[in-house]
Design a protein around this ligand. Structure first.
Ligand SMILES: [Zn+2]
Length: 351
């Protein structure tokens, strides 16, 4: 917990049964209408509720919470009402492991955005046998869409055909879609043609969450989600809220990248180049958990040959689906080393 100067602890005990309020058609209860302890970290803006068995981390204005370290999605945003923190009633009704594996094989995700890299006049990387990255990424994304939909996940595609879509538009679609995560699919390239393997990217630490929050607060202000009292929060407080939110999003993005990388390297039996971090536009501008998978080196003749086959592209899609399933079930793997990207091939520039 933060030092005393940063944290204010309030012990609150419910005197009466929880009273249900209706806000925007949804049931809410006071966060403290139970036998819980509420603390707030004034620096990060994260509220923590703890009772005997569960610990809830909440950020006002957002419909995401952590319950015993697991992410849960709420029916509506955490709000202030008459100076009191209120939460969607379903929060306390949920089992702690709300996103545990479903027995029927469905993936416990509601909605994902799939981004087939490049498109239109932007062909991406080119293999020695003229296979184009933009065609492979679209084929894999379409196959992954089919797999996910069959498992009960709604899929939004940044492009469904051979079309150029600006990077910011791809992020914006993810930000406005209400999706649980964003996955960008690419093929790697190396001019010498002798490098192979798979790797997955998450956002670099070279850009801080506060820097992103300052931009996000301007673009994605939660004002319209909050009632009058909270609308008076200062720009600084607002940035702190976003910063806390983005810090959480960054942790989830790393989990996502680790899960995808484990399945890509395992299922494709390709060289495991690891999870890496880089300040990529498509990750930096996206405010839901986001990762970029490099599903193989198109410049490696053997890999290019495999990518020509439907069966291999299907296998890539299946590995990515398994990665998303692993992430959704909270089974992200621990990877000791997050590699730097100094020797990154030039193809990634401008992404
Ligand atoms: Zn690419």
């Amino acid at each position: 917990m933060a030092p005393a100067a940063l944290a204010m602890a309030l012990a609150l005990v419910a005197a009466a049964p929880a009273e249900t309020l209706t806000v925007n058609g949804k049931d809410y209860v006071a966060a403290c209408a139970r036998d819980v302890r509420l603390t707030v970290d004034e620096r990060s803006g994260i509220y923590t509720l703890a009772d005997g068995e569960r610990r809830y981390s909440l950020v006002p204005g957002f419909d995401v919470a952590r319950v015993n370290g697991r992410t849960v999605y709420l029916e509506g945003p955490v709000l202030f009402r008459d100076g009191e923190l209120i939460v969607p009633a379903g929060l306390f009704a949920r089992p702690a492991a709300a996103r545990a594996a479903a027995a029927d094989g469905t993936i416990p995700l509601r909605k994902v955005v799939l981004d087939a890299g490049h498109g239109g006049q932007d062909c991406g990387a080119l293999g020695p046998g003229r296979v184009r990255e933009k065609d492979i990424t679209l084929s894999v994304a379409r196959r992954l869409k089919t797999l996910l939909e069959a498992r009960g996940v709604e899929v939004v595609m940044t492009r469904t055909g051979d079309r150029y879509v600006p990077l910011l538009d791809r992020s914006e679609l993810a930000n406005q879609s209400g999706a649980d995560l964003f996955l960008s699919i690419h093929c790697n390239a190396c001019p010498s043609g002798d490098v192979s393997g798979v790797e997955t990217f998450a956002l670099s630490w070279s850009i801080t969450d506060l820097t992103r929050a300052q931009k996000a607060a301007a673009r994605l202000s939660p004002d319209d989600l909050l009632d009058g009292a909270s609308r008076r929060v200062s720009r600084g407080a607002e940035q702190a809220i976003f910063s806390a939110y983005l810090g959480e999003q960054r942790r989830q993005s790393l989990d996502l990248a680790r899960s995808i990388q484990a399945e890509l390297a395992g299922k494709l039996a390709e060289a495991d180049r690891g999870v890496k971090v880089k300040n990529l536009s498509v990750l930096r501008e996206t405010y839901v958990p986001a990762a970029l998978a490099e599903v193989g080196f198109i410049t490696y003749p053997d890999t290019e040959d495999k990518m020509r086959s439907v069966a291999w592209r299907q296998k890539i899609a299946e590995a990515l689906a398994a990665g998303l399933g692993r992430y959704a079930r909270g089974e992200s793997v621990r990877i000791e080393r997050i590699a730097g990207t100094a020797a990154r091939p030039a193809q990634l520039a401008g992404r």
